[in-house]
Design a protein around this ligand. Sequence first.
Ligand SMILES: Cc1ncc(COP(=O)(O)O)c(C=O)c1O
Length: 467
Amino acid sequence: MAGKAETWRDGLLARLQAQYQAQFPRSGQAHARALRSLVDGGSHPQRLYDPYAFRAVAAQGARLRDLDGHDIVDYWQGHYANILGHNPPVVTEPLAAALQGGWGLQTGLPEEAESDLAELLLRQTGDERARFTTAGSLATMYAIMLARAYTGRLLVLKIGGGWHGAHPLAIRGVRYGAQGLGGVDSLGVPDDGVAQTLVTRFNDLDALHVAFRRYGDSIACFIIEPCLGNGGFIMADPEYLRAARELTQRHGALLVIDEIITGFRFAAGGAQRLFGVQGDLSTYGKVIGGGMPLSAVVGRAEVMDLASKSSSKRVLFNGGTFSAHPASLLAAKMNLQHLAENAAQIYPRLGELGASLRAGIERAFADHGVLARCTGGPNEAVTASSLIQVHFPYREDACLDCPEMVWDPQQSDTVLREQVLRLGLVLRGVNVSHGLGAISTAHSEADLQHTLEAFDWIAGQIAEARA
Ligand SMILES: Cc1ncc(COP(=O)(O)O)c(C=O)c1O
């Protein structure tokens, strides 16, 4: 089926690229310059698409302004970090005042704000101990090291399609390839390290039971996201997450819940609480930083304290010149305080906008006879979700409950989602990733209406191209 799609789709893509180059010339020049000094012209592949990414010059609320003067509704929102939109005054004003007053850049000293933030975070997540670092990747790496030290075991079980950052302990089973979602995705990673990572299929209870039956007594931890990010914004089945909790406990393994995307996204705390499950360790990042680089590992004191200087079997959770950076602590504190105090308004509202946008997008495609499905939708545990990805499965009855369904090019048209949709929408003033992204509190009804008009336009283009 993928083969038949290629001709019309390539023709449409070429037309969209030509329009894009005409509409975004100054970004094209900026990209040509960047290529001379930066690998592929930037520092993160997710930001770099063909023919080139537009360059933003200002970002406020739901909107971006680019070098060529376009006003763009943004759903990428800083890798889904900006739940209050770009540069929210609730964060920028105290930050600006602090900097003016002589506090905010690096001190390299313990900060009062560090305890303020740790107390707030632990109160909202129900965990016992926290340590801050700078990136989600580092947080999951340290969490796995802690789990290995605590259990005295090496095996790490992860989800095919789960992304926990580009470090050697979690770099297996990330991208769809010749081995489906089980391969190793990077050179430069030691084979014996990768061999200690097992990959299982998301939401597949039987596969999970088999993995624990075979390897349970050697598994240090099962690391899992409550809603897969890279894997397609697919929610964990609550029964699956409960089984993960039960099986890890039964086999003496730790459950590491990666809340880098889900933390404070669906509620003012972890998504795990909504599922009625508590990880032994959890990782938070993105949203908690309020737009600044900050991540955390939290969990049971007895496990976390293995990082303590006084622990006899110590985990070197040590690095980080910029760990708990003052500006990040302040931004995170203002942000989390705001989310906690206004949770009763914020999360149901985001959920309503999510539901309305998902329905509107599917309707826009259906009106043009194009089969499209949105993921990120609520389930019985997460009742309000502001995450959306748009997929083009080949079959009407496709069940998008695992990453294979949205990354296998035989199951879904991934080029349509990743390239055609992205360019088509940005031509109409809407910036998306994997079909859409994350709604923030700054998105208005008018932004959503504008977005749906853009979807209607690209759906029409797709229908026309393949007619
Ligand atoms: C679920 C999850 N875990 C970990 C990471 C890594 O976080 P960072 O990019 O901050 O290193 C990401 C990043 O996208 C993520 O989505």
